[in-house]
Design a protein around this ligand. Structure first.
Ligand SMILES: Cc1ncc(COP(=O)(O)O)c(C=O)c1O
Length: 450
């Protein structure tokens, strides 16, 4: 009998887990020209849609929702555990060191206002002119303990950014110093050299706070790996739009600072003439915490991590390359960027179109093509103004995310090409500073209670 050679049967490759789904995918929206289109959401950088996994987590948490920390009831204990589990999940998400604190806040703006009130008195704060207002303004606002704010001009390259930060921090008067810098620009999507900036800050005896609002929806971030001292981000930009965000980092300044808000939760004991404030993180979380916001935020962090950053990154970069190449081929389109066109960036493209004001372009994309973009100066007025080509006073921003498809990208490029070549097909007028279609026959669904 002839021996039959046995062919090993290859085990099927494990299927990649499905990409995180977003609530509202495939939504149809009406067009002024009649009919409708699948909504193409290119405004992820402003607020990303909710992840289905976040909604499902909230559904499961809601029956147990109760006040945290002080309740003796069963649901209070479940909610307290969920809130503190969310803190640990967020800590892992930002690569926090064992002794870092995670304070739940409302978002990145709130986080930097808290940090501005927590820096030691007289601290010199160094920022670049490229910052979002949330990272630019709190240091010079009411309540900030910063003594001096140094605003650095736009650096010509990432290496110049590092050199300029190091020089400015070294030149600062004796005393505490803090560099606050974006990890990824909300205008250009360009990724800043955070680890190098952290090293430069530490060389100069300073600390660094990182605005990761636009980075963490797209890429992993780690306090431990970058050496950064603080990081802030917002839930609604990481697909968890329930009013929560986080500030994570070193405890000493936060611990020594007066509580961000005075009230219950932040207090250990109150007598007629004395208050004993709690330690971190409760110290800065006065009032009933946003438990479900924190749970939602953690669910989004877990879901993005589960999906795998490499896979998310590869997918997004393919869409981004397609969008940038498509826009670059349209006559009259100029992309806004600070650095070389090949510099790494997240899925954000801001651009202008010669002959079509940004407000009109955005209104026509929505009304005639079912495409949602953002127009204006993107809460980074000094930066965006510096990047605008002559003859333009505002730009349009298209930002990608998990809701974006190839068809959306192709539709956006095609629509921009048509609008650049022949202008809108509908009439538009100014209304309260916005460009709107006139008339606007679209039926807007009524959402929410009166
Ligand atoms: C880079 C950057 N930082 C901070 C913020 C402020 O975030 P929030 O509005 O959630 O406080 C934003 C929001 O657009 C942003 O893009």
């Amino acid at each position: 009998m002839t021996a039959v050679a046995e062919t090993p049967i290859a085990a099927p490759a494990p299927a990649a887990p499905p990409l995180p789904a977003v609530v509202g995918a495939g939504l149809r929206v009406p067009l002024v020209t009649g009919g409708g289109a699948e909504y193409a959401d290119f405004d992820h950088a402003a607020s990303a849609p909710c992840l289905a996994a976040v909604r499902d987590t909230l559904d499961a948490a809601l029956p147990y929702y109760a006040s945290v920390h002080r309740g003796a009831g069963f649901t209070s204990q479940v909610s307290t555990a969920a809130y503190e589990r969310a803190r640990r999940t967020v800590a892992r998400f930002v690569g926090a060191r064992d002794n870092d604190a995670v304070v739940f806040v409302r978002g990145t703006t709130d986080a930097f206002n808290l940090l501005a009130r927590s820096v030691p008195d007289g601290c010199t704060v160094v920022v670049f002119a490229a910052e979002h207002h949330a990272a630019l303004l709190p240091w010079q606002h009411r309540g900030s303990r910063a003594g001096r704010v140094v605003r650095l001009p736009l650096p010509d390259s990432p290496a110049d950014a590092v050199a300029a930060a190091r020089a400015a921090l070294r030149a600062a008067p004796e005393g505490p110093r803090l560099l606050c810098v974006t990890a990824a620009s909300n205008v250009t999507g360009e990724v800043w050299p955070v680890a190098e900036l952290a090293a430069a800050a530490h060389d100069a005896g300073a600390r660094i706070a990182v605005d990761a609002a636009q980075l963490v929806p797209h890429r992993a971030f780690s306090l431990a790996a970058t050496g950064a001292d603080y990081v802030a981000f917002s839930g609604h930009k990481v697909y968890a739009p329930f009013g929560s965000g986080a500030l994570a980092g070193r405890t000493d300044w936060l611990r020594a600072a007066a509580p961000y808000l005075a009230g219950g939760g932040a207090t250990g004991n109150v007598t007629d003439d004395d208050v004993r404030w709690n330690d971190l993180p409760a110290r800065h979380e006065a009032g009933s915490p946003n438990v479900l916001g924190a749970v939602a935020l953690a669910a989004a962090c877990a879901e993005l991590t589960r999906a795998g950053w490499d896979r998310l990154h590869t997918r997004e970069q393919a869409l981004l390359d397609r969008l940038r190449a498509g826009l670059a081929a349209v006559p009259g389109v100029h992309e806004l960027r600070l650095w070389d066109a090949r510099h790494p960036r997240v899925g954000i493209v801001s651009f202008v179109v010669d002959g079509v004001p940004a407000g009109l372009l955005a209104a026509a994309l929505s009304a005639e093509y079912g495409i949602g973009v953002r127009d204006g100066l993107f809460c980074a007025h000094p930066f965006t103004r510096r990047l605008l080509p002559a003859g333009h006073d505002q730009a349009v921003r298209a930002s990608l995310g998990l809701g974006t498809t190839t068809e959306h990208v192709d539709r956006l490029v095609g629509a921009v090409a048509e609008l650049a070549a022949r202008g809108p097909q509908w009439r538009y007028a100014e209304d309260d500073g916005r460009t709107v279609p006139v008339p606007d026959p679209r039926a807007f669904p009524v959402v929410g209670a009166e």
